[in-house]
Design a protein around this ligand. Structure first.
Ligand code: ADP
Length: 171
C-alpha cells in the first residue's frame, strides 16, 4: 500500500489541550471524535510557562477515567512542541474544538503556526455541541474557587477534585 493510503486506512488523531480541568465540553469532543477516528490520543499539555491548578498527572488520570469507555482513546502528557509529539507518534491530524468565532480566530492562527513548523500536520476543527458553548475551564475554576455549583459543567469526579482543591472555609 502507498504511504498515503496507509494513512487513510488508519485515521489517528490527537486532541491536545490544557484540560485544567477537563469539562463536559472536552468530554463531548472526545466522545464524538472517538466515533470518527480509529484512534484518538488526548494530549495533556505540560507547559512550564503556564500555571495549572491540577498537575499533568492529575489531569491525565481524570481524562483516562472519563474516557475509559471509549476503547480507542488513550491519554498522554506532552511537555514539548505538539508538532514534535505528533511526528514521534506518526500522527498527522491535530483536532481542536471551537466554541465560536473568538476560538476560531485563535485556533486558526495556531493552526497556521503549526503548519509553518510542519506542513504535514492537518488541523481539523470540531464545533462544540450547543449545550457546551459557554463551558471554559478558566470560568469553572473561578466558580469552584467561590464554592459555586459546577455540577452541570464537569463530570462528578472533576467536581469532587475541584472540591478538594477549594475546600469550603468554615467562617
Ligand atoms: P480551555 O481552557 O479553553 O477549555 P483547553 O486548552 O483545555 O482550553 O482546550 C482544549 C481544546 O478543547 C481546545 O481546542 C478548545 O477550544 C477545546 N474546548 C474547550 N472547551 C470546549 C467546549 N466547551 N466545547 C468544544 N471545545 C472545547
Amino acid at each position: 500500500m502507498q504511504p498515503d493510503l496507509l494513512w487513510l486506512a488508519m485515521m489517528k488523531a490527537a486532541f491536545p489541550g490544557s484540560f485544567d480541568p477537563p469539562t463536559l465540553g472536552h468530554l463531548n469532543i472526545i466522545q464524538r471524535a472517538a466515533g470518527i477516528f480509529d484512534e484518538l490520543i488526548v494530549v495533556v499539555a505540560e507547559n512550564r510557562q503556564k500555571k495549572y491548578l491540577f498537575s499533568a498527572g492529575e489531569r491525565a488520570e481524570m481524562i483516562r477515567r472519563l474516557a475509559g469507555d471509549c476503547g480507542n482513546v488513550s491519554v498522554e502528557v506532552c511537555d514539548s512542541l505538539i508538532v514534535d509529539f505528533l511526528q514521534k507518534r506518526g500522527v498527522r491530524i491535530l483536532l481542536r474544538g471551537v466554541r465560536g468565532m473568538e476560538d476560531f480566530s485563535y485556533e486558526f492562527e495556531l493552526s497556521m503556526m503549526n503548519k509553518a513548523l510542519d506542513s504535514e500536520i492537518e488541523t481539523i476543527f470540531m464545533t462544540t455541541d450547543p449545550e457546551y458553548l459557554v463551558l471554559r475551564s478558566s470560568y469553572i475554576k473561578e466558580i469552584a474557587s467561590f464554592q459555586g455549583n459546577v455540577s452541570g459543567m464537569v463530570p462528578p469526579l472533576v467536581a469532587e477534585a475541584l472540591r478538594v482543591k477549594f475546600p469550603r472555609k468554615n467562617i
